[in-house]
Design a protein around this ligand. Sequence first.
Ligand code: BES
Ligand code: MN
Ligand code: ZN
Length: 484
Amino acid sequence: MSVNINYKKIKSSKSISNVVFFVDDKFTITNIKKYISNKEFSYVSDLIKNINSRKKIFCFDLSSKKKIILVSLKKDIKSSEVENLGADLYNIIKELKNSEYILNTDSIPSKLTNFVAYFLHGLRLKSYNFDKYKSKKNTKNISILVVGKYIPSVNEQIKFKAIEEGTFFTRDLVSEPGNILHPDEYAKRLNSLKKFGLKITIYDEKKLKKLGMNTLLGVGQGSARGSYLVTIEWKGLKDKSKPLAFVGKGVCFDTGGISLKPAKFMEDMTYDMAGSAVVVGLMKSLALRKAKINAVGVVGLVENMPGGNALRPGDILKSYSGKTVEVLNTDAEGRLVLADALTFTEEKYKPKFIVDLATLTGAIIVSLGSEYAGLFSNDDKLSNQLIDVGENVDEKVWRMPLNNNFDKLIDSKNADMQNINYVGGAGSTTAAQFLQRFILNKTPWAHLDIAGMAFSKYGGALNSGGATGYGVRLLNKLIEDHYE
Ligand code: BES
Ligand code: MN
Ligand code: ZN
């Protein structure tokens, strides 16, 4: 199903097709009187008296061809609530036979700026679905004509569209199965982002070996596919100001390696590259909306497979930082990929900050479920900014501890550290504590463990199930509010 939205800056008038109106929290409909006939008005007023429900959207049939949909807005409605309402409207109209609607913005009682843009943003985000591999696709087209004085400005339209396109790109990548989106194919798709003005550099195995990225390479060495580090640069400023850096875990499939996962825990591991996909989607959004910042995305793309050449438990690897790691469990692979990517990013770009994203631990799902991503950081300012914007766009983060006391759990007898904690407990924190060892120059850094957020079995407010794209809107807002 596709949704087509068009804008027309004409005065709202009486119309013969389906119309969406906005009303206040008491369903006062006097403000829509001038857009419908007297007969329709008395019909709706009559029915509305009987409304005694918490529902915020009501749909009235005036004839077989015409519906009036009332969307009720509570006082002081927040932007994320407006987005959710747009998504609710989508849920209603996707079930209806009608395919053409007029959205009357003159009826809006809210003072929220960008109201319509948020509403349609929510609607469009909710309408995404991944049906590439279905023989029978839903070919229904919904078209919405937005009229009246509150239609979004062209700049707003571009901005929200950019965020949607970025989010959809992330969702597409996460939805692809492991046999299609393996590291070779992933690197190829990233190369095609050049057309948006992004600078793409692909480091293949040969180059990575030369650079000494042995922890990243170690994870991919059992795979028939290549391993890559890809950098995606956006220069939105003419000056040479330091970029913001985003680093993502791109494990295209995580079998666990020789420390093989049981089947029940393996089937979802096609989304183990979600952290990287968020970085990619974000970079695409920044380019599409020509964000006035410098930014760089760095993703490590590998496939974690068992095999004759795979890592063995007990293997010791020398990372790009020079620190050595004893790999006690080949299923704790994400931190090995990120270790090299983090040090490289810090050294090469000297960024203002680094935010990394990864589906890093099952333990974060135990702690926070699918409501919050785990946030681990060496910087209070960056943390508070992330917490704030997370509330704002309803992609929430919850700060978890880092502390040197956890270090003893990952110190190794045979190497500088080991990749799992012997004793057990605090699985997400010890993983983050491990990552922190690869930030060498005290760059402000935040790690987001998105294992519980990247994929939704049942759907959420702004997604209909499957890949959520969680993180794109969070980081876009971080940039917009604090760095642009
Ligand atoms: N990709 C997994 C983490 C994960 C689990 C993501 C469930 C999404 C859903 C990660 O590579 C992993 O296997 N982590 C292990 C670490 C352990 C071996 C220390 C885990 O969480 O069990
Ligand atoms: Mn794993
Ligand atoms: Zn993994």
